[in-house]
Design a protein around this ligand. Structure first.
Ligand SMILES: Nc1ncnc2c1ncn2[C@@H]1O[C@H](COP(=O)(O)OP(=O)(O)OP(=O)(O)O)[C@@H](O)[C@H]1O
Ligand SMILES: [Mg+2]
Length: 275
């Protein structure tokens, strides 16, 4: 009898590399990412931490295939994104949705919330906004704590916190298996940060969503992610269970990062505990 093969990871990167495009004034393209391995199973969560310029957003872009890797592979459900047809790539993109750092910059300010949230389910902006579609938008808005009075509000008329909730509703409407959030709360003020992080934690558990969270905030990593990966100068320094990595970092770099990140957290001034 053949052995049972385990389900492939939802998202996997193998020896992923990204180079900056060569420039006329720069003879050699720069390696922005080198040899990055990561793996997220269905329902699991991974925090990606590292100082500014470490390559976190570059990694997100490569995982979403918004940038072409110069080396290695990205696999979604065991399928290499590089060899998918455009139609297959579209389906894989539905599975993994993204929420960016600045909600007001990532949403077209001229469009209303109904149009923005319904967008992933419509083949084009001219396709009809049916009653059924509107109903689904209302459901998603309710899941992120916004009432139907927001449907006709333009993105430009939303607060930062409301706009990030709309961005999350839009990411959820296609019923993805995973969210990738690149610093989803760093553009928000402190009170709103906690609310949006709690919302993500709630959605994760109620929908069994996998999550890749890019963050500067190790408290957010600890709240939301079982695993953490530390990136420095485009390479992985270490990765492992979040609790173990925070209390007992293997690398000096991680130890310094943990110290710096926890000591500058303005929401928990004075608290250096990482238990
Ligand atoms: N298209 C590009 N061409 C050249 N260099 C780039 C390009 N995109 C990013 N970089 C460089 O790659 C490095 C990593 O950038 P990236 O945006 O991934 O960092 P990050 O970890 O997300 O930082 P932050 O925490 O500030 O968002 C930076 O030094 C950046 O200047
Ligand atoms: Mg970034």
């Amino acid at each position: 009898m053949p052995a049972m093969t385990p389900a492939p990871p939802l998202l996997e990167a193998r020896a992923l590399g990204v180079r900056s495009p060569g420039r006329r004034f720069r003879a050699e393209p720069v390696e922005l990412l080198r040899g990055v391995d990561l793996c997220v199973q269905q329902g699991q969560s991974l925090a990606v931490v590292g100082e500014s310029g470490a390559g976190k957003t570059t990694l997100v872009r490569a995982l979403l295939r918004l940038v072409r890797p110069s080396a290695g592979q990205v696999l979604v459900g065991g399928q290499d994104l590089a060899i998918l047809s455009p139609q297959e790539l579209r389906e894989q993109r539905r599975l993994i949705q993204v929420v960016f750092q600045d909600p007001l910059a990532s949403l077209n300010p001229a469009l209303d919330v109904l149009t923005l949230v319904a967008d992933p389910l419509r083949p084009g902006l001219r396709s009809p906004l049916t009653a059924a579609l509107r109903e689904r938008v209302v459901e998603q808005l309710s899941a992120v704590g916004l009432g139907s009075q927001y449907l006709s509000r333009r993105a430009g008329q939303l607060s930062g916190g409301q706009a990030q909730r709309v961005a999350i509703a839009r990411a959820l409407i296609a019923e993805p298996a995973m969210l990738i959030c690149d610093e989803p709360v760093s553009a928000l003020d402190l009170a709103l940060r906690a609310q949006v992080l709690q919302l993500l934690a709630h959605l994760r558990h109620t929908r069994n969503l996998a999550l890749l969270l890019v963050t500067h905030d190790l408290h957010a990593a600890r709240l939301l992610c079982e695993h953490t990966l530390v990136l420095r100068r485009g390479a992985v320094v270490e990765q492992g269970a979040t609790a173990a990595l925070l209390t007992n970092p293997a690398a000096d770099y991680t130890r310094a990062l943990v110290g710096a990140m926890l000591s500058v957290d303005p929401g928990r001034a004075g608290s250096r505990s990482v238990s």
